[in-house]
Design a protein around this ligand. Structure first.
Ligand SMILES: NC(=O)c1ccc[n+]([C@@H]2O[C@H](COP(=O)([O-])OP(=O)(O)OC[C@H]3O[C@@H](n4cnc5c(N)ncnc54)[C@H](O)[C@@H]3O)[C@@H](O)[C@H]2O)c1
Length: 444
């Protein structure tokens, strides 16, 4: 099948490469000329484990090409996957303008019947709006091809995106005709046959809602355990053991019950806000989600409180952020807690260093004033405190002696519970983690 993928970013590029691996003939279209040039050069434009190897394979096989020109991508495609961004507006609603632009482009360039598939994360009812856009554009252009809108949300996780896409835990698509459903079936037939993953076939609005409900639920679990962690700190309990104890219940499970700095990334923060916004718009306010968001923001503020508790005032102090990316395995900084912390620390006059094996340059560009480091020991040297923001291997491997040797004051705020508290405290590190009973004694 010939497939066009519009927007070759974190979702689009990985999806395009997977479609090509499954034997389809794929063209990736992006309006960012620099990204297209990098991809045509044979290089992925962002870091993702296994992506470069997969690209090498499918590009060499001649099944994936890239272009900035819609006339090279859309004509002849049976399915066009829209994978453009849906970033948040000020009011929490998602900006769907990029998606609308895709619908207009498809209406203009389709040379036959085609299914326009929303892979971007969108609020329920977006499909209907896209259909209106297409009908109007086609009327203006005098085009009569049948363009149907389908929904096929993406569940990949950055850091394991290639693995998640090649071996999905489920495939969900929503269509409004048998013809569109058959196109989606044909797209995924190779992976369903090979992997036997469950397939949910439904209508467009239900499919759209599955994605928002899934992300909102996962974010809720994270905020839930973070709220429990705060209580643990007050009553001297250990949140990791609490989570283990809860997780043995098969109705609960252990996943997404790790207390820490809170969720970040390009999806959870914006998708929680977008779902809350949609709920308000349809007259069913989902206040639980407002609280999920508030707890998440409070986790970052809590780190600043712990730093102040140790360092008194932060003006003139040097703080090293260990990890910049929102999670290990990616160089994505969108909504990364480290970015929020860096801005907050610089605003109160602290000097901020950031270690990250792949995103050090990016955080210095994103937050002017941050000193980038790709060597964890150099990043710690003579700093007044370290904050663990991302559990990269290099960070997890740091020993109490490493901290004691490098830091000016041996203060470590572990925002990811990456270290074992007992050896840290025994060695004399002023070690604070999230929701775990052991904490350093008062100074003096
Ligand atoms: N990143 C994730 O982990 C993830 C997971 C699941 C779902 N999603 C959703 O997928 C969507 C895309 O996210 P992403 O992280 O891949 O974004 P991204 O910013 O990495 O990629 C979007 C790409 O679209 C391109 N683009 C924008 N407008 C265009 C247009 N009109 N024509 C052609 N190209 C255009 C951009 O240049 C960019 O390369 C979002 O809705 C997101 O919520 C993301």
């Amino acid at each position: 099948m010939r497939i066009a993928v519009i927007g070759v970013g974190h979702v689009g590029l990985v999806s395009a490469a997977a479609f090509a691996r499954w034997g389809h003939d794929v063209v990736g279209l992006d309006d960012d000329a620099a990204k297209v040039a990098t991809l045509r050069d044979g290089r992925a434009w962002f870091h993702e484990p296994g992506l470069q190897e997969l690209l090498d394979e499918v590009v060499a096989a001649g099944r994936l090409t890239f272009t900035g020109d819609p006339t090279e991508a859309i004509p002849g495609a049976a399915a066009v996957f829209a994978c453009v961004g849906t970033p948040p507006n000020e009011d929490g609603s998602p900006n769907l303008a990029y998606l609308e632009a895709v619908a207009r482009t498809v209406a203009e360039h389709a040379t036959g019947d085609v299914v326009l598939v929303e892979k971007s994360t969108v609020p329920a009812s977006t499909g209907r709006r896209l259909e209106q856009v297409i009908v109007r554009e086609q009327a203006r252009l005098g085009s009569t091809h049948r363009i149907e809108v389908a929904s096929n949300p993406e569940f990949l996780r950055e850091g394991s995106a290639v693995e998640d896409t090649l071996h999905p835990d489920r495939i969900v698509y929503g269509t409004s005709s048998d013809a569109a459903r058959d196109v989606l079936r044909a797209v995924y037939a190779p992976v369903v046959a090979a992997d036997g993953c469950p397939v949910v076939e439904t209508d467009v609005a239900t499919s759209e809602l599955i994605k928002h409900a899934s992300n909102a639920f996962l974010a809720t679990r994270i905020s839930f355990i973070n709220a429990v962690a705060r209580i643990c700190e007050q009553v001297g309990a250990d949140v990791q053991v609490v989570a283990d104890g809860m997780g043995h219940d098969p109705r609960i499970g252990r996943a997404f019950l790790s207390a820490g700095l809170g969720y970040g990334g390009s999806c959870f923060p914006k998708d929680v806000d977008a779902f809350a916004h949609l709920a308000r718009a349809v007259g069913v306010p989902f206040r639980l989600l407002d609280e999920v968001r508030a707890i998440n923001v409070a986790q970052r503020d809590h780190v600043l409180d712990k730093l102040r508790q140790e360092l008194w005032h932060l003006d003139g102090k040097t703080v090293t952020l260990l990890g910049a990316a929102f999670k290990p395995g990616t160089d994505d900084l969108r909504e990364a807690p480290a970015v929020h912390l860096a801005r907050a620390l610089l605003a109160v006059g602290a000097r901020v260093r950031a270690f990250d094996p792949v995103a050090h340059v990016a955080i210095a560009a994103e937050v002017p004033g941050v000193e980038p480091h790709d060597d964890v020991h150099a990043a710690l040297h003579e700093a007044h405190a370290a904050v663990v923001c991302t559990e990269w291997d290099e960070v997890v491997a740091l020993s109490p002696e490493d901290y004691l040797r490098a830091l000016a004051y041996p203060i470590v705020i572990d925002g990811r519970n990456a270290h074992d508290p007992a050896p840290m405290l025994a060695a004399g590190v002023r070690y604070h983690s999230v929701g775990r009973a052991a904490a350093p004694r008062e100074v003096g």
